[in-house]
Design a protein around this ligand. Structure first.
Ligand code: NDP
Length: 325
């Protein structure tokens, strides 16, 4: 098959992912055709596949890629053919040889960052920027608990928070992953079962708990995360890697010390073009300053996406995962 895309033919396990040929037509007004060179894999791709976040079927998979501008529709300004760009917000279908993307969603990739690095960092890095500066507004001297700390999002959060002077308590699913978190700057890295996590966090914080929890694990860690917060602490629940959090009563927040809860998604923080540009600029500056390093833990051909989903869902990956078309 020459040019193709991967779709979920129905909602289900990795076996529902199939390839379909794609044929190039004219590029619509305001759009740019991006020939992909590297595709970022994100946990949200599994939600689109399973139907946790339902899309019309067949569901085009993938939300992030880097590549080269191949063709421009009418009315597009500020982009040129051959330019290196990436995208990570507002559109599915990046598991493909190429895709047409709204020009307003494209981000120019700096010379210092390769296409594969861009595909590894854009969505997760923009999200980390949003969670740290948009949601947590956390400062040096405060404390944070980061779950799945050796994963794609986690390793960016740990590094960036540590660079800001935040005291980071990391949690990961194994001793080897916890050691990765320590190497990234975590003050303490735990790998206990979730039901032992809150007591361990309290012990490490003189009984108080942390100021902020960054939780992308979801259902499995929900109670542990809430119980790890100090009075008036902030719970940032940003994902469902272990399944979605069940319905919550506001009184659960009251009883634990007047907690704050937010359930953010990146899209709402980079909805305006200016917000997207500002977030990307801060991310690239952090990478260029060495505050955030890019780790591609797994790189596979695009055609192996189903196997890659199996590994991601089985907690077998660390760092970012990239597919090469
Ligand atoms: P990760 O690389 O972090 O992989 C998920 C990790 O979650 C696993 O490696 C594992 O780490 C941990 N985990 C714990 N329990 C389970 C379980 N039962 N099944 C699977 N994983 C489990 O993925 P990403 O970096 O792509 O995404 C991390 C989270 O961030 C996801 O929930 C994702 O949806 C969310 N996200 C949200 C965004 C938003 O806009 N709100 C944007 C981007 C990502 P360990 O073994 O160490 O516990």
């Amino acid at each position: 098959m020459s040019d193709y895309r991967l779709v979920a033919r129905e909602h289900g396990g990795p076996e529902v992912i199939i390839a379909e040929p794609i044929v190039a037509g004219p590029v619509a007004d305001g759009m740019a055709r991006i020939r992909h060179t590297a595709i970022g894999v994100n946990f949200i791709d599994t939600y689109h596949r399973t139907g946790l976040y339902p899309l019309p079927l067949p569901a085009p998979l993938g939300v992030e890629a880097a590549g080269v501008v191949e063709e421009l529709g009418h009315g597009v300004e500020g982009l040129r053919i051959g330019q290196r760009v990436g995208y990570a917000v507002g559109q599915t279908g990046s598991y493909a040889s190429w895709q047409d993307v709204p020009a307003a969603r494209l981000i120019a990739i700096p010379d210092s960052i390769s296409d594969q690095e861009a595909a590894a960092i854009l969505l997760k890095g923009l999200t980390a920027e949003t969670l740290i500066f948009g949601c947590a507004r956390i400062a040096a001297g405060q404390s944070a608990l980061v779950l799945a700390a050796a994963g794609g999002m986690g390793r960016i959060l740990v590094q960036w928070l540590a660079a800001l002077g935040v005291r980071v308590i990391a949690h990961a699913g194994s001793p080897a992953k916890a050691a990765i978190a320590t190497g990234l700057g975590a003050d303490i890295a735990l790998h206990c079962p979730f039901d032992e996590l809150a007591p361990a966090v309290r012990k490490a914080t003189d009984g108080h708990g942390v100021d902020v929890v960054f939780d992308g694990v979801g259902a499995a860690s929900w109670t542990a995360s809430l119980d790890s917060l100090r009075r008036r602490g902030l719970m940032i629940s940003f994902g469902n890697a272990s399944g979605p959090v069940p319905p919550v009563s506001p009184l659960e927040l009251t009883g634990r010390g007047s907690l704050f809860l937010t359930r953010p998604r990146l899209f709402d923080y980079v909805f305006e073009r200016a917000e997207l540009e500002a977030s990307a600029a801060r991310l690239f500056a952090a990478v260029e300053a060495g505050k955030v390093t890019i780790e591609i833990g797994l790189k596979r051909p695009l055609g192996e996406a189903a196997e890659v989903h199996r590994l991601l869902e089985a907690r077998q990956t660390t760092g970012s995962v990239v597919l090469i078309p």
